[in-house]
Design a protein around this ligand. Structure first.
Ligand SMILES: [Zn+2]
Length: 81
């Protein structure tokens, strides 16, 4: 198995900066952190729309993630289904 290049990220007030190339490679908009084996493991995670599970154009309405299509549907619905 080929070893991947290591990147050192200095902590800034507890924040970890993930290089753009790595975010793009994993095509992710969130990560999962886990303590294990004396280390901190970080795994790509996809935030999904609460209505349709899409990962496209996620934005939040009242702290819940919605995709672009569902936000458009919600915006165009006059109070009923
Ligand atoms: Zn959706």
């Amino acid at each position: 198995m080929k070893e991947k290049k290591e990147t050192i990220c200095k902590l800034n007030k507890g924040r970890v900066w993930i290089p753009k190339s790595m975010r793009k490679h994993f095509n992710t908009n969130a990560v999962i952190l886990k303590e294990a084996d004396g280390g901190i493991f970080l795994r790509p995670y996809k935030i999904t729309c609460v209505l349709c599970n899409s990962t496209e154009e996620i934005d939040y309405i009242k702290e819940l993630p919605y995709c672009g299509k569902c936000r458009a549907k919600l915006a165009g619905t006059p109070g009923k289904d």
